[in-house]
Design a protein around this ligand. Structure first.
Ligand code: XLS
Ligand code: NI
Ligand code: NI
Length: 442
């Protein structure tokens, strides 16, 4: 632990089991517990984000921040940023989080020039290196903030201004170098302002070509410096722009294929982005997983009554069970993790709220993992799926799947048969009851 504690009243959070009433204990997250042959720690690979947890103030469009962060002097100095980094690692340690993630501008202040920003970033990275060594906490991913500064008003790689593209390239180059220096296991591209508000003033084709060129440059540069972390694109349909280019998993994969980038990228799926796109998180995971593109998840949730990216901590067992079920189905997260891209509410302004929020969501994902594994062991879902599709396992179905027949043979087959064989029930309600059964039992 650091010499000066920012959270003197908080111990290292321990697993106490489901019966515990201690708000500073885990009830489900038991890092060394084995599920499907792997520890919970290795399945979940929890990660804490720097931006919401250490730079979020609780500001909203109607008023300034409310957060009480006694360690932060509120200045944009490098010293304050370095001190904040030390506090961050105390929180990571106390939550037993193995990973964290940042944007370049969260960890270090922007300088007056690009060179100054690079320098500030290096100075804070020195402390991040020290703290990673002290604690063993690792970097899940780095990324560059190319949306806050007014220069990015029209986007970054998709800006109408070529100078902005150049600036963004310089920023990503540096962020990749620092991510590499810190042993980051992935590098994320979330679109920020890559999209548009109005098509009248937008050359969409040209902007997409530029975005692809930007990604190819990033791939080339990774090769050049020997950065082996996984590149991830994070889909989101809207906010800040009305039409974000990387709108959902399907749009991202189409873009990557169209521009010959499929081999170099996977996806970082965020729950609240999925729902804003009109999908469920399990849909996005299953869609990506089926194409070998499941990379990592940003774990949060939206609010049923609010239509924007509220970034709340997920505590709903159905959501975490569904999420973990489809992650297990596709063989896990690989070098990715369950990254809490989530923030405490504006009214939860005390430092202790940072602990309650993470503990609760870590528990919810740990329980979701256990329920998902129990459902998989039962084979109830798998059994219904197998039965529903059994007409494809032999006979005409197998012939269609093998690609050996066409319309003429299918017509002959059906003319002879006259009518399809009876359909069987979809059993939706049975399966919903089955999920409840395991939520009760685990
Ligand atoms: C915004 C995104 C962002 C990315 C990182 O909605 O979730 O936080 O995860 O740039
Ligand atoms: Ni995110
Ligand atoms: Ni988001």
């Amino acid at each position: 632990m650091p010499e000066m504690s920012a959270f003197p009243d908080v111990p290292v959070i321990q697993y106490e089991g489901p019966q515990s009433d201690n708000p500073l204990a885990f009830r489900w997250y038991n890092p060394d517990e084995i599920v499907e042959g792997k520890t919970m720690k290795d399945h979940l690979r929890f990660s804490i984000v720097y931006w919401h947890t250490f730079r979020g103030t609780g500001a909203d469009p109607f008023g300034p921040g409310t957060a009480d962060r006694p360690w932060d002097d509120g200045s944009e100095s490098v010293e304050n940023a370095q001190n904040r980094a030390r506090v961050a690692f105390e929180l990571f340690e106390k939550l037993q989080a193995p990973y964290y993630a940042f944007h370049d501008r969260d960890v270090a202040p922007e300088g007056a020039t690009l060179a100054g920003s690079h320098q500030n970033f290096d100075a804070v990275a020195d402390v991040l290196v020290e703290e990673q060594q002290r604690t063993g906490v690792k970097l899940l991913w780095g990324t560059a903030n190319m949306f806050s500064n007014p220069r990015f008003m029209h986007g970054a790689a998709t800006s109408c201004n070529a100078d902005v593209f150049a600036y963004a390239a310089a920023q990503v180059k540096k962020a990749m170098e620092v991510t590499q220096r810190l042993g980051g296991e992935n590098y994320v591209f979330w679109g920020g302002r890559e999209g548009y508000q109005n098509l009248y003033n937008t050359d969409m084709k040209r902007e997409l070509d530029h975005l692809a060129a930007f990604f190819h440059m990033a791939v080339d540069y990774a090769k050049e410096i020997g950065f082996t972390g996984q590149f991830l694109i994070e889909p989101k349909p809207k906010e800040p722009t009305k039409h974000q280019y990387d709108s959902d998993a399907a749009a991202c994969l189409n873009f990557l294929r169209a521009y010959d980038l499929m081999d170099h990228f996977k996806l970082n799926l965020e729950t609240n982005h999925a729902t804003l796109a009109g999908h469920t998180m399990m849909h996005e995971i299953d869609y990506s997983g089926a194409q070998g593109a499941l990379g990592s998840i940003d774990a949060n949730t939206g609010d049923m009554l609010l239509g924007w990216d509220t970034d709340q901590f997920a505590t709903d067992y159905y959501l975490t069970t569904q999420t973990m079920y489809y992650i297990l189905k596709h063989g896990g997260l690989g070098s990715g993790g369950v990254n809490f891209d989530a923030k405490v509410r504006r009214e939860s302004f005390e430092p202790i709220d940072l602990f309650h929020s993470h503990i609760g969501s870590m528990d919810a994902f740990a329980k979701g993992l256990k329920v998902a594994a129990a459902i998989r062991a039962d084979q109830g879902i798998g059994g219904v799926i197998k039965q529903r599709y059994q007409s494809w396992d032999s006979g005409i179905g197998a012939e269609i799947e093998s690609g050996s027949i066409g319309f003429a043979q299918l017509e002959a087959y059906m003319l002879e048969k006259g009518e399809v064989e009876a359909n069987s029930s979809g059993r939706q309600e049975l399966l919903e009851n089955l999920v409840n059964r395991y939520l009760d039992r685990v």
